[in-house]
Every structure is written in C-alpha cells, then in structure tokens.
Design a protein around this ligand. Structure first.
Ligand SMILES: [Zn+2]
Length: 551
C-alpha cells in the first residue's frame, strides 16, 4: 500500500464521537435537544472528525436534533446518524427505520449489525445467512443514496471468539454493501488489550482497502488502552465519548484517547492549537450534562496534575516535569491545585478579552476581578458554562470602580447599568389534590419608581419568572423577545459551608442566540432568583435596552 492508491496507508486516525448516542445511555445523563446541540457545537469546536448525533429512529428527541443540526456552524466535524440493519426477510427499500435514517440527511450513516452467532440465533432469531444479507442490503441502501457508510460490528470480539469465520463474514457483507469503515465493537467491554491486538491485526490484513476502527467499552477498565493499542496496530478510526460517558462503566474516554495519541504517539488529530481546549471542553460538556466533573479524570481533571506537595514542594517548584507525565498546559490544564479552572489570572484575562474587555492594561482592576471570581467560585459558582454570569460579574466590578479602565474602553459600554433593583419578593407554594400552583409577588425599584407585580406558575421559579416579567415588560419592551429555554439544579456537597449548597443553571434565549446564568444559595428559590434576574439583565444588555435605574 502506498499513498497513491488511496488505501489505508494515507489515512489519518479519525476521531468519532458518540457522546450523543452511546454516551447518553449513561444513568443520570438526560440531554434536551438544546443540550445536544450545545454538546455537538462544543465537540465541533474542539475539532473531532465525526459527531454521531443519535438514533433518529429510536426517539423523537433525536429526530428533532437532526432536523435542527443544520443551525450549527459546523467547522470541523461531519455529522453521523445511527441505526440498525433492515428487518429480517424484508427488503431494504421501504423499510421504515432505514427511511427515517435517510431523512436525517447526514453525510455519514452508521449502521449497526450483528456479528456474534449467539445474537443472530437468540436476539435476532433469524438465519445466519439472512443476517449477512441484512447487513449487505442495508449498507447498499445508504451507499446508493450517496452516504458514507460506517459499519458498527456489534459484539465483534465476542463473536470472533465464538466463530471467527462468521464474524469476519459479517464484515465482508458490509464491505460488499459498500461500507468504507469497519468499526469493531467491544460491546460488552470485556476484551483485554492482547486480544484487541490479535483481532485488529487479523481484520486489517483481510480488508486492506477499508478504514478499520474500534468502539470500546470500559467494563474491564481497558477502553482507552484498547483504543490505543488498536491504533498502534494500524486502526484509523476510534469511537469514544466525552468524559467516557456511556452505559455501565462507560465508553472509551475520547479525550484521553486524543491526548494520548497526540502527546505520546505524535498523531495530529485535532486542528492546530485545539488540544489546549481539551480540559475546558471536557468541563463544558460535564456542565451541560449536569454531571459532576471527576477531579481524577486523566489529563483534564482538576487533580490530574495536582501533586500533594509536602516534602517535595521545592523539588516540584524546581522541576515540575519530574512529577507529571505530560505538560498539563498542552491539554489546557495546570499543574497545581486551583480553586477552579477559571480562577487563574491569565484565564480570566483571556476570557474577558473574548468579551471585548481589555483588563491587561489595568493590573489593579484585573486583581479586583480575579478576587471576585475566586470568592464566587469558593461559594459554589461555576462559570465554565455560564458565560453571561461571568460577563455580568466582570462588568459589575468594572462599573463599581469609577474612573477605572471602564471609561477608556472601546466598543460597548464596559461597565454595566442595573436595569432594576430588588426590594423584595414573596413566594407562596400551594399543594393541593388538583394541581400544584405557586404565586409570587415581586417588588422592584427603578430609581424613584416602585413596581409591584404578581405572577402565577406551576412552581415557585415559574411564578417568580412570571412576576418579574410582568413588573418589567412595560418599561422594557425588549423583554418580549427573551425567554427561558432551560433550567438545571444541582445540589453541591458542603465544600465551604457546613450545609449543602444549591446551584441553579438557567439558559435564556432571544432571536440571536442563548446565554446561561448561574445562581448559588443554600436555598433553591434564592439561587433561582439570582440566575433568573441575571438572565434577564443579560438579555437587556444584549438588546441594548436603556437602563431606568440611575447610575
Ligand atoms: Zn457501545
């Protein structure tokens, strides 16, 4: 094989993300369509090659995702839709599930098929010949429609152990049907690295013209290792999920695979410079998934490079490379224990610069902002996925310092007016046999003016939102275009305080886009109010609404 014949030798290793399909099988992971779009955007921005969006035939949510996926500014990744082979003893033409997959209109279709005789006999309950025909026909159906076809050979390693000839025949059927990629799936996750090496080597030798890859599960704690040894053998396609999400023990953590191959095997997988976004992307997706981020997660966890100094403190300071396996900055992480990802001075400056705020020329101001962020993070705030709250915080610090950098900054008003002040609110929660109902009274001050409004809702937060809108809608007509799209609650264990703390993440949207705000309190209503009030303030800031509260 050489580069000229277009065969495998000139293929770079393809990073195929299945967070939105296989990863979302994880217990406790429930993504809305909005969440899925944001996760897809984050993965695309990181620079993976393929984002598998879901199984459009399995649920309406995935169907809607594919209908809206075109809204995203795809820069790096191609979208894949996932589905199974046609039904037994029927034609591929007119198969409703295959049609649904076609309608998802993705450049790549990933077709899963049986490769283990046990599953053909017991789960599919059809003949082994029919299963081969199902694979070939279904692949052909999509290839004829102009799609690139990835064949996911389910339970391939168990199938290979049980009946090697048949498992390989399943791959041949897919190849006959026009598949260009054969993904060998360790669906039960029980395979160890040596077995992966043997099987991948055998398959690579038999299908020289095709891309061969693996899809590994972590039931033996080998998913990442298995993916790495497969690439070592010549596999050029690796499937995995963000942060190793997935059912049971999870899928291969795609981020660890990427870091391992880029830093230790000299593969170029992501666009130049994007490896440095790995840690931030991992965190952002954890926030979107509303799952706690594992401090011990290799490469990207907050403790991944945190050494408990003790006796070694001076040695660590002298030679940090002696105590870590790679330079943490390469993956956007850092060497020592920090309050959080954001609390570093340079990160804050970079983030502020993204908003058009140059803090670097005013060291005192930068310090004030940093202190404020550190204090907030200590109380439980998380800004990684709440850019709007971060921007409001920075602008409030700037605004509170008259004569500071604020006045010299170009572009948007750097500081921030307040659009309303809270005098107080009261919420009544009514629980009855018929339906739950809450009522909120909100009292606001807008300069000289005092506004009182009552709102009703299905819960206290909904009632507060209604009351706040009612109080402000006449004064700020811009509010009509601002609406709530998502609301998430997380109970944090008492890291600073003695009691548990509630963190609320709230996403709002207008016609141009959406933004997320965060509220923290030991009381859920207070935390929600904070996120709600900031969500509306930020919406008014975006809309350029003129503030009625005198500065
Ligand atoms: Zn899987």
């Amino acid at each position: 094989m050489n580069a000229a014949d277009g065969s495998r030798a000139d293929l770079s290793v393809e990073m195929y993300d299945t967070t939105l399909r296989d990863g979302s099988q994880q217990v406790g992971l429930d993504l809305t369509v909005e969440d899925k779009l944001r996760v897809a955007a984050a993965l695309d921005a990181l620079g993976v090659d393929v984002v598998e969006g879901g199984w459009p035939g399995s649920n309406p949510k995935d169907k809607e995702f594919f209908a809206r996926a075109g809204e995203l500014p795809w820069r790096n990744a191609q979208l894949a839709a996932f589905g199974a082979t046609r039904r037994p003893n029927r034609s591929a033409d007119g198969d409703p599930d295959l049609e649904t997959l076609l309608v998802a209109n993705t450049p790549i279709v990933t077709l899963v098929g049986k490769a283990w005789t046990l599953h053909v006999d017991e789960a599919l309950r059809t003949t082994r010949e029919e299963n081969l025909a199902m694979i070939a026909d279904s692949a052909r159906f999509f290839v004829r429609a102009g799609r690139r076809l990835v064949f996911d050979a389910e339970h391939f390693f168990d199938g290979y152990a049980a009946d090697r000839g048949y498992a390989l025949a399943c791959l041949s059927a897919a190849a006959e049907g026009g598949a260009d990629t054969l993904a060998l799936c360790d669906t039960n996750g029980g395979t160890l690295p040596e077995e992966i090496v043997t099987v991948v080597r055998d398959v690579l030798g038999r299908f020289p013209g095709l891309r061969v890859g693996v899809h590994c599960h972590n039931d033996s704690a080998c998913a990442v290792a298995n993916s790495l040894v497969a690439v070592g053998e010549g596999a050029t396609h690796v499937q995995g999920a963000a942060n190793g999400y997935g059912e049971r023990c999870g899928n291969a953590d795609l981020f660890a695979v990427i870091a391992g191959l880029e830093l230790k095997r000299n593969h170029e997988l992501l666009p130049p410079g994007r490896l440095g976004a790995l840690a931030a992307t991992a965190r952002e997706i954890a926030e979107l998934a509303n799952l706690p981020f594992d401090a011990k997660q290799p490469y990207v966890g907050s403790s991944a490079f945190a050494t408990k100094a003790g006796l070694h403190a001076s040695a660590i300071a002298r030679r940090p490379d002696a105590y870590s396996h790679v330079n943490p900055e390469r993956v956007g992480n850092r060497a020592h224990v920090l309050v959080s990802e954001l609390a570093g001075r340079s990160n804050v400056l970079v983030k502020a610069a993204e908003m058009g705020l140059d803090l670097s020329s005013d060291p005192a101001l930068a310090t004030a902002v940093l202190e404020e962020i550190k204090a907030a993070e200590h109380r439980g705030y998380a800004f990684e996925a709440a850019d709007a709250s971060f921007e409001l915080l920075v602008r409030r610090v700037i605004g509170g310092r008259p004569g500071s950098e604020a006045e010299r900054m170009p572009g948007r008003e750097a500081g921030i007016p307040e659009w309303f002040e809270l005098e107080g609110y009261r919420v009544v929660i009514e629980k009855s046999a018929g339906a739950d109902r809450s009522e909120a009274i909100v009292r606001l001050l807008l300069g000289e003016q005092r506004v009182v409004a009552v709102g009703e809702g299905v819960g206290p937060v909904h009632a507060l939102d209604q009351a706040l809108r009612k109080a402000l809608s006449e004064l700020y007509p811009e509010l009509a275009n601002i609406h709530l799209v998502d609301y998430k609650v997380r109970i944090l264990d008492g890291r600073a305080a003695t009691s548990a703390v509630t963190r609320v993440m709230l996403t709002s949207a207008d016609h141009q886009g959406e933004w997320t705000t965060v509220g923290v309190s030991d009381d859920i209503v207070t935390a929600s109010w904070e996120a709600l009030a900031d969500g509306i303030s930020y919406g008014l800031l975006r809309a350029g609404a003129e503030a009625l509260v005198p500065a």
